[in-house]
Design a protein around this ligand. Structure first.
Ligand SMILES: NC(=O)c1ccc[n+]([C@@H]2O[C@H](COP(=O)([O-])OP(=O)(O)OC[C@H]3O[C@@H](n4cnc5c(N)ncnc54)[C@H](OP(=O)(O)O)[C@@H]3O)[C@@H](O)[C@H]2O)c1
Length: 367
């Protein structure tokens, strides 16, 4: 038996991100799950692996997928054949693991199991479906990488207390509130931790982000944005999350936290504080995250090895096991940009994300 997969196609030679090939049916080990794919979502990391040649031609593309469990390794607990799941994995990096495949291998620790009544098997029409709770396979595929990332940031990098009364006077600044990561982070910050949430986004997304729970949203295109954030926060920023993580946004996020006495600032692109114009009188703790480490393995990316400590995995797993099962019933997805069915759509999906043609959206498609 074989399975179809969208694999990286050597973009420099072919001009395309992915092509579709047939491969032998995937084989799981005792700690893994085999899933028949129903929907996929595209992420910036997918094109980055292709363009920056982190992955290689022939590696299975994609990091986010949902589907129905077909096989369960004998050491795996909490999953059964027939379960509806969504999963995040380090795709674009191997010929055996990746999301954009008719059948994909999932790790339990980055997989969400859904109540069967939550997910309807109705296929979303091509076009844009507005944000809503996770009730389709497309919606399920759209949130898993982001949830893993946000879980790690809040539960481990920030170590925010689960006692909401301790967070009442604390603010999280989410730079890039309309990124896929930001959309999930706003909801987690509010619903799980009860933090005051200040976000930045283009004006057209402000109403949406306020509806997700942001307390105040500022336009990052506005020349006063740093001053506006500082004034609104009034010294209360305890956590700053740069979900865009360009050198510019890293500096902006840092500058906007001025006046807050004790800040943890996390970026998602392994940026070093050496890049910043720093004020030596301030106390800011810098952290960086690579969400792939949630699977407990070592990941070699950007020329470095990344691995989570046992303590970090404990913090992440506590969130994943105790918080996600209820949170997934209420959390809202980004707006979903649905492409034509077929693994061939992986190429268009990556192109849309690469060309920055997504705004508060996740690009999704079916096999
Ligand atoms: N290290 C990790 O583990 C990890 C995990 C997840 C993501 N990431 C990285 O994090 C970044 C974001 O990923 P994503 O999937 O969440 O993003 P995304 O959904 O692709 O981001 C698109 C959004 O970025 C916003 N944006 C663009 N420039 C901005 C700026 N200067 N200030 C504020 N917002 C800006 C836009 O907001 P408007 O539409 O409002 O203009 C747009 O909606 C990517 O670089 C990704 O590779 C890393």
């Amino acid at each position: 038996m074989s399975t179809n997969q969208a694999v990286l196609s050597g973009i420099l030679e072919s001009g395309k991100f992915t092509k579709v090939i047939q491969r032998p049916f995937p084989v799981i080990d005792d700690d893994q799950i085999l899933v028949k794919a129903v929907a996929f979502a595209a992420n910036p990391t997918d094109w980055k692996h292709a363009v920056y040649q982190i992955g290689h031609e022939g590696d299975i593309a994609g990091s986010d997928a949902s589907g129905i469990v077909e096989q369960v390794g004998k050491n795996v607990k909490g999953f059964e054949v027939g379960d509806i799941v969504s999963s995040f994995m380090h795709g674009n990096f191997s010929t055996t693991r990746g999301a954009f495949s008719q059948h994909f291998i999932a790790d339990p620790v980055t997989t969400i199991r859904y109540d069967k009544t939550q997910i309807k098997n109705t296929q979303l029409p091509v076009g844009v479906t507005p944000s809503g709770t996770v009730d389709t396979f497309e919606g399920a595929a759209s949130v898993t990488l982001s949830l893993t990332t946000v879980a790690f940031t809040f539960a481990d990098s920030f170590k925010v207390s689960y006692d909401k009364s301790k967070n009442a006077n604390k603010t999280v600044l989410i730079w890039g509130g309309a990124t896929s990561t930001g959309i999930i982070a706003i909801q987690v910050a509010k619903e799980i931790y009860g933090l005051n949430v200040i976000a930045t986004a283009s004006k057209k997304n402000h109403e949406f982000l306020l509806s997700l729970g942001a307390d105040q949203v500022f336009d990052y295109n506005d020349s006063n944005v740093i001053e506006d954030v500082k004034k609104a926060a009034n010294g209360s920023i305890a956590y700053a999350y740069d979900t865009v993580s360009s050198e510019e946004t890293f500096q902006q996020t840092y500058d906007a936290t001025e006046g807050s006495p004790d800040v943890i600032l996390e970026n998602l692109m392994n940026l070093s504080e050496d890049l910043l114009k720093l004020d030596s009188s301030r106390k800011v703790t810098f952290s960086k995250l690579l969400a792939y480490v949630a699977d407990g393995r070592t990941h070699h990316v950007f020329g470095h090895d990344f691995v989570a400590t046992p303590e970090s995995l404990k913090n992440y797993n506590q969130f994943w096991n105790d918080i996600v099962p209820d949170l997934i019933k209420t959390i809202k997805t980004p707006n979903l940009k649905v492409l034509e069915s077929g693994l061939e759509s992986a190429n268009e999906a990556l192109a849309l994300v690469y060309e920055n043609r997504v705004s508060a959206q996740k690009v999704v498609f079916r096999p």
